[in-house]
Design a binder for this molecule. Structure first.
Ligand SMILES: C=CC1=C(C)c2cc3[nH]c(cc4nc(cc5[nH]c(cc1n2)c(C)c5CCC(=O)O)C(CCC(=O)O)=C4C)c(C)c3C=C
Ligand code: FE2
Ligand code: FE2
Length: 372
C-alpha cells in the first residue's frame, strides 16, 4: 500500500466541517454511450449484483450493456430537462437548501457538497477536494431513507476505499438511515395531504419502493423491514385504514424473484378490480428520477389505463419530496443530529481566532517547506 503525498499537517488549524449529500448517480447525457458508461460502473458493483464475478462479467458485457444502454437512453431522453438529469438537479438543489437551512440554524461554518456513488461528481473527487479545502470533519448523508447493503452499504465501501490511501484521514460520520425520522414522515404526510387538497382523495394509495432481490432479505438485508416501517408510519400519519393503502416494490431487474408484490401488476389488478382512482407515491426516493418520472408516472400509469382504469384523472403520481421546504427542514434536522460537538456555530471572536490559528499553521508549514 502506498499513501498519497500530503502537505504537512498545519499545526493549530482547527479545520472545517462538511456534509456530503450522496446520491446514486445518473448518466451525463441521455445517450447510449453515456448510459453504457454509467451502467457499467453501477452494475459492476458487487454490492448491487451478487453473482460470481466471472459469470457476471460475461452477462454484463455481452448481453446487458449492448442491449440495455440504448433502451435506457431512450427512457432517460423522456425525462431529461434543459438543466440535465432530474436526479442531479434535485440533489444539487437539496444541497443548496440544506446549506441555507443549516446557516439559519447557526451552523455558518459548514460546507455542503454533493457526490454521486456512480458517475459524477464522484465520491473520490469530492472527498479529495474537501481535503484540499481543509475539511477535517465530514458527515456522509446518503440520499436513501431506508438502509440497504446495495445502496447505503455501497456508499460506505466507496468512502472506506478512498481513505485507504490517505494518511491523514478526517473525522468521518455516517448517516445510516432515516426511514422512521419524524421530519421525513411529516414531509411525506404534508406532500400527500397537499396533493389531496388539490385533487381529492383516491380509493387506494400505492406506496411503491425500489425493489431488491428477495434473496438479500433472506441473507439479512434490513431494507424490506425499513420500507414496511416507513409505510406503516406514513399510513398512521395520514390516518389510513389498512384497506386504503398497499405497499409495493418496483424496478425489478433480471430473472430472479425480487421483493413482492410488484408495483405494475398490482396497479393493473386494481384497475381490473374496478378501483376508479389510484395515487402512487415513492417514499424511498427523495428526488424524482428515471424510476419515478418514467417508470411510475408513464409506464405504470399506462398499465392502469390499459387495464380498464379511468383515463387521465384515474391515476395520480405524487412527486418526490425534492426541494420542498418541509423536506429541507427535515434534512437539516437529520444532519444536525449527526454533527453534535462540531465547531460549526462560531462567534465572531472565535472565527477570528480560528483564522489566526490557520495563518500560524500556514507559517509553520511554510517553514517546513510545504508548497501551500
Ligand atoms: C441490478 C440491480 C439493482 C439493484 C439491487 C438496485 C437497487 C436500488 N436502486 C435504487 C435507486 C435507483 N435506481 C435507479 C436506477 C437503476 N437501478 C438499476 C438496478 C438496480 N437497482 C438500474 C439498472 C438502473 C438504471 C436505469 C435502468 O437502466 O433501468 C435510480 C434512478 C437513476 C437515475 O438516473 O434517474 C435510482 C434513484 C435503490 C434505492 C435501490 C435499493 C434499495
Ligand atoms: Fe436501482
Ligand atoms: Fe421484513
Amino acid at each position: 500500500m502506498t499513501f498519497q503525498k500530503e502537505p504537512p499537517h498545519k499545526h493549530g488549524n482547527v479545520g472545517r466541517s462538511a456534509i456530503v449529500l450522496v446520491n446514486l448517480g445518473t448518466p451525463d447525457a441521455p445517450t447510449a454511450s453515456a448510459v453504457r458508461r454509467y451502467l457499467k460502473q453501477f452494475l459492476s458493483d458487487p454490492r448491487v449484483v451478487e453473482i460470481p464475478r466471472v459469470i457476471w462479467w460475461f452477462i454484463l458485457n455481452l448481453i446487458i450493456l449492448p442491449f440495455r444502454s440504448g433502451q435506457s437512453a431512450k427512457k432517460y431522453a423522456t425525462i431529461w430537462t434543459n438543466e440535465g438529469s432530474p436526479l442531479r438537479t434535485h440533489t444539487d438543489a437539496q444541497a443548496l437548501g440544506l446549506r441555507a437551512a443549516l446557516g439559519e440554524r447557526g451552523h455558518q461554518d459548514l460546507t455542503v457538497a454533493v457526490a454521486m456513488r456512480y458517475g459524477s461528481p464522484s465520491l473520490p473527487e469530492v472527498l479529495s477536494k474537501l481535503k484540499q479545502d481543509g475539511a477535517d470533519r465530514i458527515l456522509l448523508l446518503p440520499a436513501y431513507p431506508q438502509y440497504s447493503g446495495t445502496t447505503t452499504g455501497s456508499i460506505y465501501d466507496a468512502v472506506f476505499q478512498h481513505y485507504g490511501s490517505v494518511r491523514n484521514i478526517p473525522e468521518l460520520r455516517f448517516v445510516r438511515n432515516y426511514h422512521d425520522h419524524d421530519g421525513y414522515i411529516r414531509a411525506l404526510r404534508d406532500s400527500v395531504l397537499n396533493h389531496w387538497e388539490q385533487h381529492g382523495k383516491p380509493e387506494k394509495l400505492v406506496m411503491s419502493f425500489h425493489g431488491v432481490p428477495k434473496r438479500t432479505l433472506m441473507l439479512g438485508d434490513p431494507y424490506h423491514c425499513e420500507c414496511l416501517k416507513t409505510a406503516r408510519l406514513l399510513a398512521a400519519a395520514l390516518k389510513l385504514k389498512p384497506d386504503e393503502y398497499v405497499v409495493t416494490f418496483q424496478s425489478r431487474f433480471g430473472k430472479a424473484e425480487w421483493l413482492q408484490p410488484y408495483t405494475a401488476p398490482t396497479v393493473a389488478q386494481l384497475a381490473r378490480d374496478g378501483v376508479r382512482r389510484v395515487d402512487v407515491i415513492c417514499p424511498g426516493f427523495i428526488a424524482d428520477c428515471l424510476e419515478t418520472l418514467e417508470e411510475i408516472s408513464m409506464e405504470v400509469r399506462h398499465e392502469f389505463e390499459s387495464n380498464g382504469g379511468a383515463q387521465g384523472a384515474g391515476f395520480h403520481y405524487i412527486p418526490c419530496l425534492n426541494e420542498s421546504p418541509a423536506w429541507i427542514a427535515a434534512l437539516a434536522e437529520i444532519a444536525e443530529q449527526h454533527i453534535i460537538g462540531w465547531p460549526t456555530q462560531l462567534a465572531p471572536s472565535q472565527r477570528e481566532a480560528l483564522k489566526k490559528d490557520a495563518e500560524a499553521g500556514r507559517a509553520v508549514a511554510l517553514q517546513l517547506g510545504a508548497s501551500d
